[in-house]
Ligand binder design. Structure first.
Ligand code: BES
Ligand code: MN
Ligand code: MN
Length: 457
């Protein structure tokens, strides 16, 4: 093992250069202009997996972006770890707010700045480099390893869910290992045991057949922008409680034990506020910030458009207005059911002076992972060994839709071993990833493979 860890130390500069090569490919899954780039990122990874000595490396075409699988199964009597990651990234916009070009990785103060640096190219690459460090030093892997890398996570994994249903044998495993979350804090390793689900909606309001002079028509014609604002304002009350009938029906209440566990986490609310420039925290009455952001559902406008946005004043009454709304879900809420309840609520609020249309985008199920599982214990030990600090367990507010399906379809738990930080600015301008965490991530992955056989129950 020590020569594996030495190999990681000796080759870290090469690993970084390879990661930068991947980061230069603008694999934005949501934008059809970048379809070729997503494919190029897939090919880059295929080459990597082949070069490091994995077997059965395959690129599976889908109606969307490709799925990659690979494996190395040297043992009959050891567990199989399925490593999941995504090589697609979010769009880089607003581009003018980036201090360095989003697809030209730039290192500043030990952090690499680029879209996808943390989410999820940098984090998922750690496992490829860890496997390489075994195989290139003449060591066999201590456990069996499979990879599944997708290019559609940021658009809700539409083709991965049918893929795992159709390829249960190819993907059969004892656990899934994922690095696509954040640590609790800097130098504070943590394992994420809960993720929220998602229902993502769009609302369109259509009024007159053209934009109108707001002096000639204002007051006599329903304004779609006003209607949209009124509708949105009725979705939550002054206590932050979502006003959609049936919305909370399936929400699992927080038990006193769960609330104690939240209180025990070393969360610094002042630092939190400072880190994102907040005047004050805000949310559902009766819950703490951590609870609001991970164990309670939420509803937020993600995009809003209507009327004149340019410089100065233009007296115009807009013909249309629209909003994108995300709802983050917790166990046992069902994204399809929530999408339906949302649609009904919007329809009930729509005045008959305009047309209101609701569109449902992707969704994902929430998950909470069982903590009493040998794989998780091995992961916690490996993480703690490398970071020289005891691991915390926390739930997070983001979503990785496939995690619930790994449980439902393959019957296995996922270990969410994130090496990112909230300050990595995922989905925001100037996304970055600490190269120190990239290095420690590779070491943690290698240590996990080494420890896992001892933890099998
Ligand atoms: N890696 C994130 C999710 C995440 C980040 C979870 C940090 C916990 C901590 C993932 O790539 C992501 O952005 N997911 C989307 C899912 C959606 C597009 C279906 C999300 O949460 O918005
Ligand atoms: Mn991600
Ligand atoms: Mn993401």
């Amino acid at each position: 093992m020590s020569n594996v860890q030495n190999y990681i130390d000796e080759n870290i500069k090469t690993f970084e250069e390879e990661l930068f090569e991947l980061l230069r490919i603008p694999s934005i899954s949501t934008d059809s202009k970048h379809k070729g780039d997503v494919k190029e990122a897939a090919k880059f990874l295929i080459n990597q997996l082949e070069e490091i000595g994995l077997d059965n490396v395959q690129l599976h075409e889908t109606p969307g972006h490709p799925i990659i699988t690979a494996e190395r199964l040297p043992h009959d009597d050891q567990p199989t770890v399925l490593i999941y990651g995504h090589y697609d990234v979010q769009p880089s916009d607003p581009d003018d707010l980036w201090k360095t070009p989003p697809f030209e990785p730039t290192v500043i103060d030990g952090r690499v700045y680029a879209r996808g640096a943390s989410d999820d190219k940098g984090q998922s690459f750690t496992h490829i480099k860890s496997v390489q460090s075994y195989l290139k030093t003449g060591n066999e892997l201590p456990v069996n390893v499979k990879f599944i890398l997708e290019g559609e996570e940021e658009i809700g994994s539409p083709n991965l869910i049918p893929f795992i249903k159709k390829n249960k044998d190819l993907l059969s495993c004892d656990m899934v290992l994922i690095s696509d979350t954040a640590m609790f804090g800097e130098d504070q390793p943590s394992i994420t045991y809960g993720l929220r689900g998602l229902a993502y909606m769009e609302v369109h309001v259509t009024g007159p057949n053209r934009d109108l002079h707001s002096g000639l028509y204002g007051g006599a014609v329903e304004n779609p922008a006003n209607v949209l604002c009124e509708i949105i304002s009725k979705l939550k009350d002054e206590d932050g409680v979502i006003q959609i009938d049936g919305f909370y029906d399936d929400v699992e209440p927080l038990t006193p034990e769960m609330r104690e566990a939240y209180k025990a986490l070393p969360f610094d609310e002042e630092a939190y506020k400072k880190s994102i420039g907040l005047k004050a925290v805000h949310g559902e009455k009766g819950y703490s910030t951590l609870e609001r952001a991970s164990a309670r559902p939420s509803l937020d406008v993600n995009g809003l458009w209507s009327g004149y946005q340019g410089e100065g004043a233009k007296t115009v009454l807009p013909a249309t207005a629209g909003a994108k709304v995300s709802m983050r879900l917790v166990p046992d809420q069902d994204p399809d059911k929530i999408a339906e309840l949302f649609t009904k609520k919007i329809e009930s609020l729509a005045p008959d002076t305009v047309d209101v249309e609701v569109v449902s985008h992707h969704g994902g199920y929430p998950v909470v992972i069982d903590l009493d599982y040998y794989g998780l214990k091995a992961a916690a030990k490996a993480f703690g060994d490398v970071y020289d600090k005891e691991v915390l367990f926390s739930r997070e507010g983001g979503s990785i839709p496939i995690v619930a399906d790994f449980k439902k379809v393959l019957g296995v738990n996922s270990i969410l071993m994130g090496f990112g930080l909230n300050k990595d600015a995922l989905h925001s301008p100037n996304e970055s990833f600490s190269l120190k965490d990239f290095h420690r991530g590779i070491k943690t992955s290698a240590r996990f493979f080494e420890l896992l056989p001892d933890f099998v129950e």
